[in-house]
Design a protein around this ligand. Structure first.
Ligand SMILES: NC(=O)c1ccc[n+]([C@@H]2O[C@H](COP(=O)([O-])OP(=O)(O)OC[C@H]3O[C@@H](n4cnc5c(N)ncnc54)[C@H](O)[C@@H]3O)[C@@H](O)[C@H]2O)c1
Length: 259
């Protein structure tokens, strides 16, 4: 029988109904994890069946749970439930996000709060529940648990016309470093994967011709990214065979940030 790297592990993914989060949930399940795929909705932004369908085909023990990452108590309760059900919470991947477009003067207090509420508070909420569980469990081969935060190249360089979004992504990359350093001694591994431009099947402003032209001009590789490119990088950081890597931001951007 083939050895699956995440066999026996539990994994929580947020924003897993669509796009990158969905690809991550399915990839982790293929790698043997029991995945708790969570989202505020079952509708996929790109269309198609709810993630629960392909997920249960890959891994019957995996499931979809509705979770609004803005709800701190619900995040804590779900982390506790996973730990109780599986005996431990091994891996958490916060990927849920909401877009925020416009420069600072174009960003209303409501826009700011909406973007920060999901992209920053949401990651804080999920990870505070995560750390409670991970710190309470015994290490397995020196590791109590792993976190892979989904950042963005736009948390490292300005997001043109995306003030609140760019600031939110910079914040979660710093959250990653804080957790990595503050909890290294406890055996909690925390990294980030920062995608460049990934074509997820989204419509609207994300694929406006000027946005695609800008992204293609910034991407040295002759194509834009796919959700599976990001999922594979998450799997690398989730794999127990990946050791001594923490506090790292792994770019999956076709070379965008090298230019
Ligand atoms: N697509 C890209 O080009 C790109 C580039 C860089 C970074 N990213 C990052 O990748 C991640 C996924 O992005 P995507 O492009 O797949 O987006 P997406 O819009 O396809 O998926 C985001 C998911 O988050 C969910 N969500 C929104 N608010 C929520 C809430 N309050 N609680 C729970 N779930 C909620 C949505 O329902 C959706 O399923 C994000 O963190 C994003 O910042 C994407």
């Amino acid at each position: 029988m083939t050895h699956l790297p995440l066999s026996g592990q539990s994994a929580l993914v947020t924003g897993a109904s669509s796009g990158i989060g969905r690809a991550i949930a399915l990839r982790l399940a293929e790698a043997g994890a029991t995945v708790w795929a969570t989202d505020i909705t079952q509708d996929a932004v790109e269309g198609g069946p709810p993630v629960a369908e392909p997920l249960s085909e890959i891994s019957p023990a995996s499931c979809f749970v509705r979770l609004d990452v803005r709800d701190h108590a619900a995040c804590a309760a779900l982390c506790a439930k996973i730990a109780q059900t599986h005996g431990r919470l091994d891996l958490v991947v916060p990927s849920a996000m909401t877009p925020g477009r416009g420069s600072l003067p174009q960003t209303t207090p409501e826009d700011w709060k909406r973007v920060m509420g999901v992209n920053v508070d949401g990651v804080y909420n999920v990870l505070s529940g995560t750390l409670v569980q991970m710190r309470a469990q015994e290490p397995l081969k020196d590791v109590r648990g792993r976190v892979v935060i989904i950042g963005s190249q736009h948390g490292m360089v300005a997001s043109p016309g995306g003030f609140a979004y760019g600031v939110s992504k910079a914040a979660v990359l710093q959250m990653m470093r804080q957790i990595a350093v503050e909890h290294a001694e406890e055996g909690i591994i925390c990294n980030a994967v920062s995608p460049g431009k990934i074509l997820t099947g989204k419509t609207g402003p994300a694929i406006a011709p000027e946005m695609i032209a800008y992204s293609e001009a910034r991407t040295p590789m002759p194509r834009l990214g796919r959700p599976a490119d990001v999922a594979q990088a998450v799997l690398f950081l989730a794999d127990p065979a990946t050791t001594f890597v923490t506090g790292h931001n792994l770019l999956v951007d076709g070379g965008w940030m090298a230019g």
